[in-house]
Design a binder for this molecule. Structure first.
Ligand code: DGJ
Length: 736
């Protein structure tokens, strides 16, 4: 009599052995089709096995010999994979799968099983740098296809990965889960770095080892979806990567709606990552012959730490995503915190003069300029009624634009066109344009509701607001596009199928933005969402910059901007000097300079010294902004680990740069005790370092008279002498 446990052991062992034999002895097992997706340094390799199933066999640094990828799996001696699809390139459900699926469907005949086999693949060279690989999969039992897309940017080491889903089943198919990407990584351990927050608390950072089971990052907020958690993450292999060392995958989902990213450590101790739109309350009805395109997961893999990964992402974003990524940006004076809703024409005319006095490029008029029947004097009225408030602005926006012109500055304006206050004429006229449950009480976020962008009439309306403003005011130079509410009571009066709502809302939003960009391709626009409630490349491709947070306390910003900067180049980071925080104006301004500089303070309340400092800072910024925006960013000392935070921006030729260093620990005697090792220099070149942006009346011993080789500065370092008395130091570094 064999004990049941022992019998089970024998059964398992026999099954595992049989699987191993079948794998080793399958004819042509080693001659199966490989589909490598290469960037300059990395490879993701798919393999079509003899059963036509497509699996991921390799993800990591590129090998020298392509034929050696075929031998990769020989080196693995994993525990059993009963389904033989743990490493599937796109995991389906309802057939053999035992793990988290990328795609779950109910076919037109009510059957839930999906199995995808290889049909074809091709590789198209989009240009000298970009290759688009597509792999067509089909269910042998159904007229159901999935195409996997891998767009590889060789020089940037970035891949965008997504899928399209299509069928010809005669009647609609239900998609219950529909991920963009399915990855499979192998390591001893996996460390996930991800973010959490709320209003004014964006980019709270957590890094933890992934354990078996599934860790999910997601959002169910509908709009302003990243309020609690943005779709940004890093996975380090083996141990947490540092700035310069370790293997790390840095990724983000390009989708401005509900998203879901699953990190599953599987029974073989491998990591499966499934990322895409969230299927929460969103079983999607897909009609025959329609393409359902999922949004790209964008990622870069670095075997030299987080710093390189972030620079790859920056290059990619500036080259391919951001509007005018290699262009310029407008410095500005914003009136939000200077006036809130309380202003009139005279006050604004004064602020426009202050804009000139300060020396920035543009005045940005914020919330509160519109609506008459229900004037926008607070956040509880007027949203939706986009005509100038006659009491505040009797001469209209045109007058303000003229005033700006007279003062030699540009004029920009705030909009929140996706939203509506119940107290508005728009609501009275079009209650059917509002997202809400028909038979339940309304529930408000910041006293407002969301317009139903699934409705083409609403899309026309939102496009018309922007178009109308530009048509009437062709010299309008800039838009700050805000989005303050999440979606409660998700229900579209327009859609017949409510489960399509969350997905179709975002598609409607993109349609509007595409129309705006088709007509106004270059106009700078800031992506704002009550702070950083929208942080993804799906929407950033329509914008020149983003608003990281309403929290502009510079000490907070040192940490927040540090973390944002892994994912987004600082040319896109709108940083305003405000009254938040306890730091002196120099500290506040220096921090705001690490990005796109703006001000939101009352200029005429500044004392003479502060004003002179700000004016000088704007001039200095104008001379160094190009290296900050377009150079390479290296993080030198980490504020979470050190008393000082230090970052250098170096131009691509390694000849000019700017170094920012801040005291982040106010305990007695803290400061830059040791020299800071510089990075990104040419060891053979000689550099001069000079302190700039000094507060009037102060001097510095770092005068630029001494010179050092790059070798010295990267091995011995340089001490900016940051201390309580010198809590913020800006240095320029120039090739001699
Ligand atoms: C939220 C934004 O983050 C602020 O900068 C400001 O524009 C307000 N909305 C205006 O209502």
């Amino acid at each position: 009599m064999i004990a049941p446990n022992f019998r089970r052991f024998l059964e398992h062992a026999a099954m595992g052995f049989a699987l191993l034999l079948s794998f080793l002895w399958t004819p042509n097992a080693w001659a199966q089709t490989l589909i490598p997706i290469y960037t300059n340094s990395n490879a993701l390799v798919l393999q079509v096995d003899t059963n036509k199933e497509v699996n991921i066999i390799y993800f990591g640094q590129r090998l020298t010999l392509e034929q050696e990828y075929k031998q990769v799996t020989r080196q693995d001696h994993p525990l059993e994979d009963y389904s033989r699809m743990f490493a599937s390139a796109y995991t389906t459900s309802g057939t053999r799968n035992l793990l988290e699926p990328a795609l779950s469907v109910t076919h037109a005949d009510g059957n839930n099983g999906l199995h995808l086999l290889y049909q074809s693949h091709k590789r198209d060279a989009v240009d000298g740098n970009i290759t688009l690989t597509s792999v067509v999969l089909k269910d042998p039992m159904y007229k159901f296809w999935v195409t996997l897309y891998y767009k590889a940017y060789a020089n940037e080491d970035v891949v965008e990965q997504w899928s399209t889903i299509r069928h010809q089943e005669g009647k609609p198919v239900l998609l219950a889960k529909f991920a963009s990407a399915n990855l499979h990584l192998k390591s001893k351990a996996y460390w996930l770095r991800h973010y959490h927050g709320d209003w004014a608390r964006e980019m709270g950072t957590e890094e933890l080892p992934l354990t078996h089971g599934i860790k999910v990052l997601d959002s169910k907020l509908g709009t302003r979806t990243d309020l609690f958690q943005p779709p940004l993450f890093m996975v380090s292999l083996d141990k947490p990567a540092t700035e310069e060392e370790g293997e790390v995958l840095l990724g983000s989902l390009s989708w401005t709606g509900n998203y879901r990213i699953d990190f599953e450590v599987d029974p073989q101790d491998n990591l499966r990552i499934l990322a895409g739109m969230n299927n929460y309350a969103s079983t999607y009805t897909l009609k025959p012959n329609q393409d359902f395109a999922t949004p790209p997961l964008v990622y870069t893999f670095s075997s030299k730490g987080r710093g390189l990964a972030s620079r790859n992402m920056h290059d990619w974003a500036r080259n391919y995503k951001l509007i005018d990524g290699h262009g310029s940006r407008l410095t500005l004076l914003n009136n939000w915190e200077a006036t809130y809703f309380n202003f009139n024409e005279q006050k604004l005319a004064m602020l426009i003069q202050d804009t000139k006095k300060l020396g920035v490029d543009m005045f940005l008029l914020d919330d509160g300029w519109f609506a008459n029947k229900y004037p926008r004097n607070w956040d509880n009225a007027g949203l939706g009624d986009w005509t100038e408030n006659r009491k505040k602005l009797p001469s209209g926006i045109g007058y303000l634009i003229k005033e700006a012109k007279v003062n030699g500055v540009k004029f920009g304006i705030w909009l929140e066109p996706e939203m509506i206050n119940p107290k508005s004429e728009l609501y009275e006229k079009h209650p059917e344009w509002v997202v809400k449950q028909p038979n339940r009480p309304e529930h408000y976020f910041r006293n407002q509701l969301v317009l139903d962008l699934t409705n083409p009439n609403v899309q026309d309306f939102v496009f018309g607001i922007v178009d109308g403003l530009f048509t009437k005011n062709p010299e309008l130079a800039y838009i700050k596009w805000d989005c303050n509410a999440v979606i409660y009571n998700a229900h579209s009066p327009y859609l017949t199928n409510q489960s399509n709502f969350y997905v179709d809302y975002v598609r409607g939003l993109y349609r509007v933005l595409q129309r705006i960009r088709a007509k106004y391709p270059k106009v700078p626009m800031m992506l704002c969402s009550g702070g950083g409630g929208r942080m993804d490349y799906g929407i950033l491709e329509y914008f020149t910059e983003y608003w990281p947070s309403d929290n502009t306390d510079p000490l907070e910003r040192v940490f927040m901007q540090w973390e944002y900067s892994y994912y987004f180049p600082v040319i896109a980071s709108s940083n305003h000097v405000t009254e938040w925080g306890k730091q002196p104006i120099k500290f506040r301004t220096d921090v705001a300079m690490m990005g796109k500089l703006g001000f939101d303070i009352v200029i005429n309340k500044l004392n003479d010294m502060d004003l002179a400092y700000c004016q000088g800072a704007v001039k200095l910024y104008d001379s160094v902004k190009h290296v900050i925006w377009h150079g390479d960013q290296y993080r030198l000392t980490n504020p979470t680990k050190d008393d000082v935070a230090s970052t250098i921006f170096m131009d691509k030729n390694k000849t000019n740069g700017v170094i920012f260093t801040y005291l982040v620990n106010n305990r007695f005697g803290r400061g830059s005790m040791r020299p800071i090792m510089l990075k990104g220099l040419d060891p053979a070149l000689r550099y001069r370092i000079k302190e700039v942006n000094l507060y009037p009346g102060t001097t510095s011993h770092i005068t630029g008279s001494a010179t050092y080789t790059g070798d010295f500065l990267m091995k011995v370092g340089f001490n900016p002498a940051v201390s309580f008395e010198r809590s913020s130091v800006v240095l320029t570094i120039t090739r001699v």
